[in-house]
Design a protein around this ligand. Structure first.
Ligand SMILES: Nc1ncnc2c1ncn2[C@@H]1O[C@H](COP(=O)(O)OP(=O)(O)O)[C@@H](O)[C@H]1O
Ligand SMILES: [Mg+2]
Length: 317
């Protein structure tokens, strides 16, 4: 859906992105990760032409992006950024409705869409609809920013460190919303972050950048188990890799269909193996009962099976 071929961009003669080759498939969740200054934001902004590339070929939906009018491109691509950029004198509803209004949707359709988005992003409608940005918490503002980016059903969602300034609890909740939106809508998402755990938990494909170049790209499992070089290995945690691999696996895939005899409180099948490991250790046991989302028993998780996961070639999903 979005293809970079040998794309470069320099600012005042200093390269920001060099010889970038990147292929983003429709429906894929791509995460660009790297240290500060590695060229992530520049890469993202070249997609919606907030920054024009200098050299190489950049296409969207099969067409060179210079053939689109920049406004059209931006309407087809939602964009959410860390500093939010909500209009301070507009209510939540007006902020979310920005693009639908530009597109001259009828008022009733806009109202319905705003309601739908408030619900999708877990924003309590009656309370928040008519509030102004300064009357919201940081987490609520970020949610409104994401709702605004999604408002006109863009084909692509571009996000630049959208959860950067949030506390860990709010951040995790918003990450879960984004993962849910992606699995519901199958929309193409490109997200920039410098948070490794965020990248590992959200991405179908991770693109690791450094000094304006792509160092390695692949599934989270590939980057953890088959790093191209020491930089990649160090970046993804060196000695922590085993724990991070456990974070990619879900309990449900490792449940044995057995009946549990004992009194341990159950694990939820949707937990990661990393969370399960923590339970095994804190409870000092090597078998735990597992229940599904409705609380129905589905079997037993064995500590020994976690070892098989972190060493094995399983793709973790
Ligand atoms: N508008 C700009 N003018 C001049 N230099 C810029 C501009 N935007 C980015 N840069 C430079 O380009 C490089 C890459 O920046 P950026 O893409 O923002 O990195 P990241 O998002 O990975 O932190 C940095 O060296 C940065 O200073
Ligand atoms: Mg940046």
């Amino acid at each position: 859906m979005i293809h970079f071929r040998h794309v470069s961009k320099a600012f005042a003669g200093r390269p920001a992105v060099e010889d970038l080759d990147l292929h983003i498939a429709e429906g894929e969740f791509t995460v660009l990760i790297g240290t500060s200054g590695s060229g992530k934001s520049t890469t993202l902004k070249m997609i919606n032409r907030l920054i024009e590339h200098d050299r190489g070929e950049l296409t969207f939906a099969g067409e060179d992006i210079s053939r689109f009018r920049a406004e059209d491109l931006r309407r087809r691509m939602g964009y959410a950024i860390q500093s939010i950029g909500l209009f301070p004198h507009w209510t939540v509803e007006e902020n979310i409705a920005t693009v639908p209004k530009l597109l001259k949707w009828p008022a009733t359709r806009i109202r319905e869409r705003v309601s739908e988005l408030l619900e999708l992003l877990n924003l309590n409608e009656g309370q928040l609809r008519r509030r102004y940005p300064h009357q919201l918490s940081g987490g609520q503002q970020q949610r409104v920013g994401v709702a605004r980016a999604l408002a006109a059903n863009p084909e692509v969602l571009l996000m630049d460190e959208p959860f950067g300034a949030l506390d860990p609890v709010t951040r995790t909740a918003l990450q879960q919303e984004i993962a849910r939106i992606h699995s519901l809508s199958g929309r193409t998402i490109v997200l920039v972050t410098h948070d490794i755990d965020e990248a590992l938990s959200l991405a179908d494909r991770i693109v690791l950048m450094d000094g304006g170049r792509v160092i390695q790209q692949g599934t989270p499992h590939t980057l953890l188990t088959r790093p191209n070089n020491d930089f990649v290995r160090q970046f993804f945690g060196g000695s922590d890799v085993g724990i991070k691999l456990l974070g990619l696996g879900r309990v449900e895939k490792y449940v044995r269909q057995e009946t549990f005899s004992g009194t341990q409180p159950p694990l939820c099948a949707g937990l990661s193996l990393r969370e399960a490991l923590s339970e095994f250790i804190s409870r000092g046991t090597d078998k735990l009962p597992v229940v599904d989302g409705c609380g129905e028993p589905v079997g037993v998780l064995h500590f020994a099976d976690l070892l098989a996961q972190s060493g094995g070639g399983n793709d973790g999903r």
